[in-house]
Design a protein around this ligand. Structure first.
Ligand code: SF4
Length: 51
């Protein structure tokens, strides 16, 4: 289990100082069904736009 989720998406409401995710859990999805060939084919579905 991940102890820290590092994330640079500063405009997500869960982001802490452009460095870490503060959500209690995140949902990572694949662009290609339930498999992926590389990291570019994955994304964080928990993202919520903030200020
Ligand atoms: S929810 Fe996703 S996009 Fe938002 S801070 Fe966490 S890892 Fe980053």
């Amino acid at each position: 289990m991940a102890q820290d989720v590092l994330c640079e998406v500063m405009n997500c409401v869960y982001n802490q100082h452009g460095k870490k995710c503060g959500a209690s859990e995140i949902f990572v999805v694949s662009h290609k069904g339930n498999k992926a060939s590389n990291s570019e084919e994955t994304d964080c579905k928990t993202f919520e736009p903030g200020v």
